[in-house]
Design a protein around this ligand. Structure first.
Ligand code: FAD
Length: 328
């Protein structure tokens, strides 16, 4: 089912879970085991992030340089296929502009359509390690809004076109025929994307994504719900009407009070920072404080009538499971 349909038919808030594909070496069984604890909550879908392979150039004895793969994850499409092979659940692969030409993106869409996947979270993608600013791939998309436009203009693979022709009376082919085969989500930043000069410009750029055809929005993580409520109000004032799903991540280590603001350009409230610092070397206490804070945020968001709460699980399940038990 498309996320947009789930959102429009759900009568109460539901959890949405995001996982990161494993680095090479982990088996399919290990991956499926790692998400098994979430299944008791019957999530309606699982998001799978997308990452570019990382290479380094090494100088050879003859003075030339050769390219070597130094870090690669199993692809989002492969992970989605693995999840679908075990669980009766929808999947939402992330699709990023970075690292692919427009034709390569089209090929990825062919693969998704081949697997019967009709949900996508469309993103520009993170910078490469060592890059300060995102560099678009030659022949690729520069912004997520362009990617959304590209997905909306997708005509389908040969098999898909054939099935449209052969089954033109079936409801599935009619749905595909209106160029909205894919339900598209996009990302947003309640504390502003780090490159945007101000929140107003960033929201105007968010609106470009919605105008290009995005069906819903998922926010970056935040640790103070007021920031999310204010952001939603600003988006509505700017004419953005689609659902805006809040994104949450529980802090699990004291170190994250330094690393998360740097990596995601966000604030951690003083009260939470102090509590984590007080936990000091006591890892269990820090973990519990982070879990309790996120539980409190989640309960408050649900009380405010959010359609869903998106969790950045980062491959960890214990704290998320605790939060789901408390809130859903
Ligand atoms: P865009 O919407 O393209 O915006 C990027 C910047 O450009 C913003 O500052 C925006 O204001 C500006 N901008 C947008 N359009 C224009 C325009 N037309 N003219 C001028 N400026 C413009 N990263 C990954 O690599 N893999 C993932 O799986 C992944 N999953 C994510 C999931 C969520 C829910 C979120 C919120 C983020 C995720 N990210 C992921 C991170 C994301 O790729 C980065 O934050 C990236 O830097 C921005 O992506 P975007 O899609 O928001 O970009």
């Amino acid at each position: 089912m498309k996320v947009s349909e789930i959102l429009s038919t759900s009568t109460k808030a539901f959890p949405s879970l995001e996982i990161v594909p494993p680095l090479r070496g982990l088996t399919k069984e290990e991956l499926l085991e790692s998400i098994a604890p979430f299944m008791e909550f019957k999530p309606k879908y699982i998001n799978v992030t997308s990452h570019r392979d990382e290479y380094e150039f090494r100088e050879e004895a003859n003075g030339t340089f050769s390219r070597h793969l130094v870090r690669n994850r199993i692809s989002e499409t492969t992970v989605c296929a693995a999840i679908m092979s075990r669980y009766d659940i929808d999947v939402v692969p992330h699709l990023i502009c970075g690292g692919s030409t427009k034709e390569e993106i089209e090929s990825k869409l062919d693969n998704l359509e081949f697997l019967g996947i009709n949900n996508i979270l469309a993103l520009r993608g993170d910078c490469m390690t060592g890059e300060k600013r995102f560099t678009a791939t030659p022949g690729g998309y520069r912004y997520a809004s362009e990617l959304v436009e590209g997905i909306r203009s997708y005509q389908g693979s040969a098999g898909y076109r054939r099935s449209r022709k052969l089954e033109k009376d079936s409801p599935v082919s009619l749905e595909m025929a209106d160029d909205r085969y894919f339900c598209i989500g996009v990302g947003a930043y309640p504390e502003k994307h780090f490159e945007a000069p101000n929140i107003e410009t960033d929201i105007a750029n968010l609106k470009r994504k919605v105008d290009a055809g995005a069906d819903y929005i998922i926010t970056q993580m935040f640790f103070d719900n007021k920031i999310y409520y204010d952001f939603v109000e600003k988006c509505r004032e700017a004419g953005i009407t689609v659902p805006i799903i809040p994104g949450l991540k529980p802090l699990s280590t004291v170190r994250q009070i330094g690393t998360l603001p740097e990596a995601f350009s966000l604030d951690i409230p003083l009260e939470l920072t102090e509590a984590m610092k007080d936990a000091g070397e006591d890892r269990k206490a820090a973990y519990q404080i982070g879990t309790e804070w996120c539980t409190m945020q989640c309960k408050d968001l649900i009380a405010h009538g959010v359609p869903a709460v998106h969790f950045y699980t980062m491959g960890k399940s214990e704290n998320i499971v605790k939060i789901l038990q408390e809130c859903f």
